[in-house]
Design a protein around this ligand. Structure first.
Ligand SMILES: Cc1ncc(COP(=O)(O)O)c(C=O)c1O
Length: 353
């Protein structure tokens, strides 16, 4: 405990209202009016004095995921899903295998449990390290983690490789974090039924634009869910998250249209912008990018001064890069205008810092 440090997101404590927020992989689209209306109606009719109930939410998630209800456990964000899985699968001294740098909560939670993280570095081009990971998995591990696609690198893992790993390690739980699933369409969820050691984590924070309401879920075989539910408290997911999710799941076309715009139009436009100006960029598979400007700290500071937040990377493998999620077309137009004006001062992306 004493050796651990709290996880403090960048720009914590700043008034974020009015800024273009590209630093936390939040959705920047406004909340769907239908969801806002459902929340207001719920509060008007029922208030918030009652503890939440989950059967309706689980039934709707069963429809969305095409999995049986007893394979689904709602959680307080997928951060809690990660925490629950790690607490279930890692005792002090246990080992967790993951490609590094991994989504930060995995390493943080494993550290608090006194577990050891066996981190296989991503390749120099941030490609998934298949051969090294396969070799590292030949040693018995207590938990294997895939973040697909990974945050912060954006790297996707082939489903075939995940299946190979699951099959080669039948006695080891394999957790696949699919927080960005809606942006890639790639999932191993349909395989839950076939493999008792496969656990999938999802969230409403990204494509469903609900990070502030904290809703995630675990998908696994019922016998696994029966164990994990012992760790989640009975009312960890709040009732407003349930109401919002039910509305979202009744109109997934709206979410899909927004994802299609982000991935089909906004992302290619922003990539083209960076390439045109010779700024190195790693597109990744999701709704965010890594960028390596010539002078990263100064670029991040100047963007901040212009009202735009991006996330400076601190991991050695990502030195000199910042991460930015894609905003609305209007926000991205502002971003490109501001960045273009900075180019004569800051230059393109040649130097590493
Ligand atoms: C890969 C990944 N997993 C999980 C999460 C946690 O999301 P939440 O706790 O909001 O569901 C994030 C958030 O950035 C993420 O990038």
């Amino acid at each position: 405990m004493r050796r651990a440090t709290p996880y403090v997101p960048d720009w914590q404590g700043q008034d974020r209202k009015g800024l273009i927020r590209l630093d936390r992989n939040e959705a920047t689209v406004p909340l769907s009016p239908a969801v806002a209306e459902a929340l207001v109606a719920h509060i008007g009719q029922h208030g918030v004095h009652g503890y939440p109930e989950y059967p309706q939410l689980v039934a709707a998630l069963a429809g969305y995921t095409a999995l049986p209800a007893d394979s689904i456990l709602p959680t307080n964000g997928s951060d809690q899903a990660i925490d629950i899985c790690l607490r279930a699968f890692l005792a002090p001294g246990a080992t967790m295998l993951v490609a590094r740098p991994e989504f930060v909560i995995f390493g943080h939670s494993a550290g608090l449990l006194g577990a050891e993280v066996v981190g296989v570095p991503y390749g120099p081009d941030l490609a998934f390290p298949y051969a090294e990971f396969r070799a590292a998995a030949t040693t018995q591990r207590d938990l294997i983690v895939f973040v697909n696609p990974n945050n912060p690198t954006g790297t996707a893992v082939d489903v075939e490789f995940i299946v190979e790993t699951v099959e080669a390690n039948p006695g080891t739980p394999v957790v696949v974090d699919e927080a960005y699933f809606e942006f890639t369409g790639v999932t191993v969820a349909p395989l839950i039924d076939r493999y008792a050691n496969l656990v999938v984590l999802r969230t409403f924070s990204k494509a469903f634009a609900m990070a502030g309401l904290r809703l995630g879920y675990v998908l696994a075989r019922p016998e696994v869910i029966d164990q994990l539910v012992k760790i989640r408290n009975p009312f960890d997911v709040n009732s407003l998250a349930v109401v919002a999710a039910l509305t979202q799941l009744s109109r997934v076309d709206e979410m899909r249209a927004s994802v299609a715009e982000t991935m089909g139009r906004t992302k290619p436009m922003v990539l083209e912008f960076f390439r045109e100006h010779a700024v190195p960029v790693w597109p990744g598979a999701a709704n965010f990018l890594l960028v390596r400007p010539a002078r990263c700290d100064e670029t991040v500071a100047r963007l901040r001064a212009a009202g735009i937040l991006v996330r400076r990377m601190t991991q050695p493998a990502l030195a000199g890069m910042f991460r930015m999620n894609l905003g609305t077309p209007a926000e991205m137009a502002t971003f490109m205008k501001v960045y273009r004006e900075l180019l004569p001062v800051l230059g393109g992306g040649e130097a590493k810092q």
